[in-house]
Design a protein around this ligand. Structure first.
Ligand code: PXL
Length: 292
């Protein structure tokens, strides 16, 4: 049966991140995708200046109330960029209304990257985000976000043991599973490491490191990771497909960045559209492997 998830994050009208990436990607994986936009911005905040920002916080409780009347069920709830501290509390209420044993809650605690908070975020936002992580089944932070959640100082270098300790601590926030993205144990490979606190198992996936930072890759990762879980992937399969697909999109983008530098910039987003056939193929592979 077709699975249904709702993805809750902003619409950045230009720049291919958050909802404009999640909606096509999760749909392409064969999952019905409902949306709740948390804000509308003319572009994302990571590279453009002068962007507009319309806060949609007031609409969220009204959408929730209507959906509650309709008795909707979601197999998954995913969250990304949230525009205000108040919004985090409202989303927590949404989890209480629509969560349950038949609903996987996946929180990407979007707050920053490369040791810095995104524009518009203040450190106290972290306090609210911890509460949301407590209610999640799976959280998908990058290193910067993980260290903020754990109240640890930012560091660029770390060992496998330190990453594993961080993952264990992240699950102690209250979620069963934590996935750390953007992990590099050496300068050759780049990937993600996951920990399931119920089974006490770690798993990871790595691909060749692409030496260019591109905007929106965290959103691509969390979208594909969530879509895979909806299609019945194991944690290991979901981490693997998300790492592979994110690397594919970066590779596709790199070619254009090199050939058309005057029309393209890393903050214009990655070319996931060029990789949609691959995504359908990866998804079918997971479904077939799990049927055996
Ligand atoms: O990709 C994360 C993200 C989502 N939404 C908005 C952002 C960012 C990161 O900069 O600015 C509006």
């Amino acid at each position: 049966m077709l699975k249904r998830m709702v993805t809750i994050q902003d619409i950045s009208c230009f720049g291919k991140c958050s909802l404009t990436a999640a909606l096509p990607l999760i749909s392409a994986m064969g999952v019905e995708t409902a949306v709740i936009p948390t804000a509308v911005l003319s572009t994302h905040t990571g590279g453009f200046s002068g962007y507009t920002f319309r806060d949609l916080t007031a609409d969220i409780p009204r959408i929730t109330a209507h959906w509650k009347n309709l008795n909707l069920h979601f197999d998954g709830i995913g969250t990304g960029y949230l525009g205000s501290r108040e919004q985090v509390q409202i989303i927590a209420d949404f989890f209480d209304t629509f969560g349950g044993s038949q609903t996987q809650i996946i929180v990407d605690p979007v707050m920053g990257d490369n040791g810095k908070l995104y524009a518009g975020f203040t450190p106290d936002f972290t306090v609210e985000m911890r509460k949301l992580c407590q209610k999640a089944d799976v959280i998908v932070p990058n290193l910067t976000e993980a260290l903020l959640l754990l109240d640890l100082p930012y560091t660029e270098t770390y060992t496998q043991q330190e990453v594993e300790a961080m993952l264990r601590s992240l699950t102690k926030l209250g979620c069963r599973t934590a996935v750390l993205t953007g992990i590099q144990y050496d300068d050759q490979r780049h990937g993600a490491v996951a920990y399931d606190s119920k089974t006490n198992q770690f798993c990871s996936a790595f691909r060749k490191h692409i030496p260019e930072s591109m905007h929106g890759t965290g959103d691509i990762f969390s979208s594909v990771f969530s879509g895979a879980l909806m299609r019945g992937a194991s944690l290991e399969q979901a981490v693997s497909v998300a790492v592979n697909f994110t690397a594919d999109t970066m590779k596709a983008t790199l070619l254009d960045l090199q050939s058309l530098p005057h029309e393209k910039a890393p903050w214009y987003g990655v070319e996931f559209e060029a990789c949609m056939e691959k995504l359908a193929h990866y998804t079918n592979q997971i479904v077939q492997e799990n049927q055996k």
